[in-house]
Write a protein that binds this ligand. Structure first.
Ligand code: ATP
Length: 219
């Protein structure tokens, strides 16, 4: 019908991480990406078993509970437990395939990651198939440079897109966004707690209270 408005393709952000524990760096990045790219949703996706690093210090249940607490007062962020239901290592490709099965082919999915994750993307399981299922949205993170040579740099150049491209297709582009990222890491927070120091203000108060209550990250 002439003049009928075309439906807008939903744009859904997926921010995977170990979240051991979740901190304000993760939360600000997720929120800023959602706002900057005008996403319809931004889901934090805690992994069950990370394939590329040693076992997390806290269980998947504790890590997911902390994410729940962290976003409880933030309607712009949600949690997706897709990886927690799977006893296998949490490969992003499998996660995207599972989400495609449940969400269908239409929505644009944006796999969000920091630059530190992008620079090792070519070590991920079947990494060059990820763009068949989603876009990749990268936040430049302090201290990390974009890949400048080799297969990864070629790949990024070939698929590089702009924010405005994201809603035009369900996947296929790599978009790099300059964000104001906070220099906080889970590793530093765990180290502080192990030394008996307080990480208060680096993570939400209710998450810190949960860590104390459950005696997490003490040596
Ligand atoms: P660790 O110190 O244990 O490696 P981390 O703080 O880097 O943890 P992860 O859960 O491993 O957090 O990271 C999940 C995602 O969050 C990655 O894509 C990473 O780039 C991103 N990320 C981590 N810290 C920050 C931060 N301060 N600002 C923005 N993004 C971050």
């Amino acid at each position: 019908m002439a003049g009928a408005c075309m439906s807008r393709r939903p744009l859904i952000g997926l921010f995977g991480g170990t979240f051991d524990p979740v901190h304000i760096g993760h939360l600000r990045m997720a929120l800023e990406l959602r706002q900057q790219l005008e996403m319809d949703e931004m889901r934090l996706v805690p992994c069950h078993i990370p394939p590329h690093r040693r076992e997390p210090a806290a269980s998947a249940d504790h890590r997911a509970a902390m994410v729940e607490l962290a976003i409880a007062a933030c309607p712009d962020l949600s949690i997706d437990r897709v990886e927690l239901a799977n006893p296998e290592p949490s490969y992003s490709l499998h996660t995207l395939q599972a989400l495609r099965r449940s969400l269908g082919p239409e929505p644009a999915l944006c796999l969000a990651m920091g630059m530190d994750s992008l620079v090792s993307l070519n070590s991920w399981h079947r990494w060059d198939e990820l763009l068949d299922y989603a876009h990749i949205v990268v936040a430049a993170r302090p201290g990390w440079q974009e890949p400048s040579d080799g297969e990864l740099a070629d790949y990024v150049t070939r698929h590089r897109g702009k924010a405005a491209d994201l809603r035009q297709s369900p996947g296929g582009h790599i978009v790099i966004e300059e964000l104001m990222l906070l220099p906080v890491s889970s590793t530093a927070i765990r180290a502080q707690i192990a030394q008996g120091r307080s990480p208060q203000f680096l993570l939400p108060d209710n998450v810190w209270a949960y860590i104390l209550r459950n005696n997490l990250y003490r040596r």
